[in-house]
Write a protein that binds this ligand. Structure first.
Ligand code: TRP
Length: 466
């Protein structure tokens, strides 16, 4: 019913290279066509400020990266494509998260620790030239992810820790403000890192992983002559034409394989065995890359010539993305106590399927007319007492086992409702209710229980103020 949300950020401090294309852009665009998922792609320009103090470069990179993704086939109509700095909810959430983030957690971040270690090794003060931006990087990234309720974040291995930190931070907020969140039927979705084992990491010119930090990259959209001379510069061993060559461990072969069909790869493997000259192999590699890249390059150049058009697309993307971000931000503010003095109650939150970040907030209460989920107790012909949880549309979300007394069934169903928002207790109670092993609640079940709990709280509130 509700789609998986997949989110990726790209720091706007460089020019996309072939490694980015093969390892991130190409697979992400393929994934963006999945019908069962919603994709969020954004230009992380606030992150760029952490490592890049050159304003012209940040702007240029933002344009280049946006044009690259569009040229490679990203359809901004069917995904969320936006620039981080166009979403004020991101820095807004960053501060609130900062206030629940343990400093010790940030002390352990790899990037920060590496910078401290480098200072110590150089005999400097541990924090020499380290900005608070570098230190806070994981919190900003957590806000990027949590504000859209992303389920999955496809990343390279170097980013896994950041996703784990986003989970920790989100979980901590959910825990600290559990009651206030439950009253609104919302909670942060805890994201998972997704590492795609299928996707090749491309070697660079020197045979190490292609990476800006090794200065061994081949730019994706350099003019053809530049691409050609870069390819001619890939390291090879000294074997002469006619001598058989070893494809495994050859950077050239690995790059070829990342672009070629399986049949073409097999043919190249045979050519290596037959002693193809390195010059000839490089020609073939260049030709193969050119077949894939040339049409994209043409689109890229057309896009680069129209920055105003890209600006418009990003603006439209931000409007669309903010429709998602704002309701959750309002719920988070309310939960933390950033509230209007005259409006102590949360705005009514309608659960959009799963009661997490996908929730939509409606300022008026008409939506309350929608039938809420129901938790019903009843007796079966076998003389035992049961309860079931049904969604607004009547779908049975949870069916209990039979209980000997109505009291037992009633207590357990009340406990389930009360535990909404507390994943661990829910898992245990669900196990008891169904007689099966304790298991995390399905999102629909969690959402329905949270909605019931919130509705009960509103009822009590109404009575109290009446
Ligand atoms: N830190 C990521 C990188 O350097 C970029 C990024 C920023 C990001 N925010 C994100 C990635 C959120 C995924 C999700 O690659």
């Amino acid at each position: 019913m509700s789609k998986r949300r997949i989110l990726t950020g790209i720091t706007t401090s460089g020019t996309p290279h072939l490694g980015n294309y093969v390892g991130a852009i190409r697979p992400a665009i393929a994934a963006s066509r999945r019908a069962d998922a919603e994709s969020f792609y954004f230009l992380a320009d606030y992150h760029a400020l952490i490592k890049c103090g050159d304003p012209a470069r940040v702007q240029r990179s933002t344009l280049e990266i946006a044009a690259t993704w569009l040229a490679c086939g990203l359809n901004p109509e069917s995904v969320f494509f936006y620039r981080q700095s166009d979403i004020p909810e991101i820095p807004e959430l960053t501060w609130i998260l900062t206030c629940v983030t343990a400093k010790g957690l940030l002390n352990r971040a790899h990037a920060y620790k590496a910078a401290v270690d480098a200072n110590l090794a150089a005999g400097e003060d541990p924090d020499a030239a380290i900005t608070a931006g570098l230190y806070m990087y994981p919190v900003l990234m957590a806000a990027d992810i949590l504000i859209f309720g992303a389920h999955e974040v496809p990343v390279g291995r170097d980013q896994i820790q950041h996703i784990e930190m986003a989970r920790d931070i989100g979980q901590r907020f959910n825990h600290l403000y559990a009651a206030e969140l439950a009253r609104q039927g919302v909670a942060f979705t805890l994201p998972q890192a997704r590492i795609d084992e299928q996707v090749a990491t491309l070697p660079g010119l020197d045979g190490r992983k292609m990476s800006k930090s090794y200065d061994n990259t081949i730019a994706l959209f350099d003019p053809p002559a530049r691409l050609r001379s870069a390819i001619m510069g890939i390291v090879t061993d000294s074997s002469a034409p006619g001598e058989p060559k070893q494809p495994d461990g050859s950077a050239l072969f690995a790059i070829y394989q990342a672009f070629a069909t399986p049949a073409e790869t097999t043919a190249m493997r045979a050519a290596f065995a037959e002693g193809i000259g390195w010059g000839e192999a490089k020609q073939q590699l260049h030709a193969r890359i050119e077949v894939e890249i040339a049409p994209l390059r043409e689109r890229y150049e057309a896009l680069m010539a129209r920055p105003a058009h890209i600006e418009e697309l990003l603006h439209a993307g931000a409007v669309k993305a903010r429709e998602r971000a704002r309701p959750l931000m309002d719920a988070v503010r309310w939960a933390a106590g950033i509230r209007r003095l005259t409006a102590p109650l949360p705005q009514f939150v309608e659960l959009a399927g799963e009661g997490v970040a996908g929730a939509t907030v409606s300022a008026d209460l008409h939506v309350e007319k929608e039938p809420p989920p129901q938790l019903k107790s009843y007796r079966e012909a076998d003389g035992r007492f049961y309860f079931k949880l049904t969604a607004a549309d009547g779908e049975v979300l949870l069916q209990s086992r039979g209980f000997a007394s109505p009291r037992e069934a009633g207590q357990l169903s009340a406990a389930l409702q009360a535990a909404a928002g507390d994943a661990a207790s829910l898992a245990r109670l669900l196990g008891e209710a169904t007689g099966q092993a304790a298991a995390a609640p399905a999102p629909q079940v969690a959402a329905a229980l949270a909605a019931l709990k919130a509705a009960a709280a509103r009822q009590r509130e109404k009575k109290r103020s009446a």
